[in-house]
Design a protein around this ligand. Structure first.
Ligand code: TEU
Ligand code: CA
Length: 555
């Protein structure tokens, strides 16, 4: 595997709407990001991925773009963006944007031109079909519920949208569409962004012609996944895109790739892959049910361990994954991967240690460094996210009571991660002077950056230590490149692995339970590098792990 400049780095995702509001409208903005660059630099991150802030009706919080070349006024101006790039550069921080090109917004100029003349050139920018014998072109269900087809007003024609109906899919089969997209990507790269996180990219290749698959719910529709399994040739598009954009700019890219076929992995992220890296979603997708969120199987620590090790095995010798415990589409990692009732600062730190010691590029999601938790929504009216609203309805249709449905979707709601950043114990957690667009988690009085920065044993400081450890020249090479080798894999509630580097072996052991346990090594422990406990009992080759203790050792 070729070494790359970003392998030893740490990345951080900003969800701008919820990060920091500087003008009191209750919506985070680019100036808020500029204001907090020192906070991020001080934490130790290097790469900052910012979720979309382009012009957008915000039907899907900016993942519905109406102008790729401009900033939505709610987030700021192009002058703010230029300043952000300049300020980031001063601090040696790389800015990575969100590339959303499976679809645009129905308010984008291309779609508006299509509406004016569906048979004209812009009709070919989208997937436009007519009904056959009064039947939609196919029975796929949109990710946000309902059929993927929406009627074009005043016609018998329909356009395709695999996400919200305000997110029409772009027709990648049309070379003109691809050229327009590449031009836009190069425009941003020339402006100085380091690269992109690439949204929902697997969906750009459709299995054509459109056809039905067996229905998987009483609505008579089927998940888009059946089609994606059959679709061939996504990599041809992706390599073409890389050749025209990322490769000549030496850009950093991280793909949001679900459902890749194992044999395609090298093509995605191998030495000549179309992307630098892609997210490991193995833990995030665990327990999914075709019926919907209400029917999901919660993940246990043993499942989590298996998910991580499975990904590590499949990637060995191929490339470098991007590791996460949460993002803007997922519940908070600490609320998901730590068994209910056991979520404390200690267990949060343990989870952090595991994440950082896996092989790959760690991505933090804003607030993760504070151990921010899920929000207990008290009513569905508090929910903003389109996906959660749909899943609530799915649960209701399956016969769950309003209370049960709320409880079921609460655990997986994307809004859990989207609540405003908890900066301080002041009003609205210091996020805004105005009324926040989404409810602030009331636990901000307890969990906030100001308090944690002033307390050396906080979750925040533990993350800071982990980041520093990854960059400490004594261990960096092993942490970044060392082979990962699971150990005691079948032991219940224990997740442990070696990282084997050149002449150095580290052991990471995490005790996912309240009961202490002893682990006995076949070699003496040379050094305790980091732990989430102040004191660690080591007797010869035996180490006592306390409840939810993580220990990083050199052996
Ligand atoms: O997500 C794509 C995706 O396939 C899912 O994670 C999806 O959001 C989830 O199943 C719905 O609950 C990306 C973005 O990360 C997400 O925020 C956008 O909504 C989506 O694309 C559409 O752009
Ligand atoms: Ca604002």
């Amino acid at each position: 595997m070729q070494k790359k400049w970003w392998h030893g780095k740490v990345a951080y995702q900003i969800y701008p709407k919820s990060f920091c509001d500087t003008n009191g409208d209750g919506i985070g903005d680019l100036r808020g990001i500029i204001k907090k660059l020192d906070y991020l630099k001080d934490l130790g991150v290097d790469i900052i991925w910012i979720s979309p802030f382009y012009c957008s009706p915000l039907a899907d919080q900016g993942y519905d773009i109406s102008d790729y070349y401009n900033i939505d006024p709610r987030f700021g101006t192009m002058a703010d963006m230029d300043e952000l790039l300049a300020e980031a550069k001063k601090r040696d921080l790389s800015i990575v944007l969100d590339l959303v090109v499976n679809h645009c917004s129905d308010e984008h100029e291309w779609f508006q031109k299509m509406l004016a003349d569906p048979d004209g050139p812009y009709g070919k920018y989208f997937y436009i079909e007519e009904c056959k014998d009064g039947k939609l072109p196919c029975n796929w269900r949109s990710y946000f519920g309902g059929p993927v087809w929406e009627r074009i007003p005043g016609t018998d024609k329909y356009y395709l949208h695999v996400f919200h109906k305000k997110q029409p899919d772009l027709n990648w089969e049309n070379p003109q569409v691809r050229q327009d997209i590449y031009k836009m990507i190069n425009w941003w790269l020339d402006k100085g962004v380091a690269g992109f996180r690439i949204d929902a990219i697997i969906n750009i290749k459709k299995a054509l012609p459109f056809k039905d698959y067996p229905a998987d719910r009483p609505d008579g529709l089927c998940s888009v996944h059946y089609m994606l399994k059959e679709a061939q040739g996504v990599l041809t598009f992706l390599h073409e895109m890389a050749d025209h954009t990322f490769r000549p700019h030496n850009a950093f890219t991280v793909g949001e790739v679900f459902n890749e076929k194992p044999e395609e992995l090298p093509d995605f992220i191998g030495d000549n892959g179309c992307f630098s890296t892609m997210f490991d979603f193995n833990g995030a997708i665990f327990g999914g049910s075709p019926n919907g969120w209400y029917d999901r199987t919660p993940i246990t620590p043993d499942d989590y361990k298996r998910c991580c090790f499975e990904s590590q095995r499949k990637i060995e010798g191929v490339g470098f994954l991007a590791n996460i415990i949460e993002n803007h589409d997922e519940p908070r990692g600490v609320s998901r991967y730590i068994p209910q009732g056991d979520c404390t600062e200690t267990s949060k730190k343990m989870l952090a240690a595991v994440l950082f010691m896996l092989k790959g590029l760690p991505f933090l999601f804003q607030g993760q460094e504070l151990g921010m938790e899920n929000l207990d929504f008290t009513s569905i009216d508090e929910v903003d996210d389109v996906s959660t609203l749909d899943e609530y309805q799915v649960a209701r249709n399956a016969g769950l009571s309003p209370e049960e449905a709320l409880k079921a979707v609460n655990v997986y709601s994307r809004d859990n991660a989207r609540t405003p950043f908890q900066w301080s114990a002041e009003k609205n957690a210091g996020f805004t002077e105005g009324t926040p667009w989404l409810r602030v988690n009331p636990n901000y009085v307890r969990i906030n950056a100001e308090e944690q920065m002033g307390r050396p044993d906080s979750v925040y400081h533990f993350y800071k230590k982990l980041i520093a450890l990854r960059k400490n020249p004594r261990y960096a090479d092993t942490i970044v490149y060392g082979r990962l080798e699971p150990v005691w894999e079948d032991v219940h509630n224990l997740m442990a692995f070696y990282r084997r580097g050149e002449g150095q072996t580290l052991l990471v052991a995490a005790n996912f339970q309240n009961e202490p346990r002893d682990i006995t090594l076949d070699a003496p422990c040379r050094e305790l590098i980091l732990s989430n406990y102040e004191n660690t009992e080591i007797h010869g080759n035996t180490i006592r792990l306390q409840g939810y203790q993580a220990a990083i050792l050199r052996i």
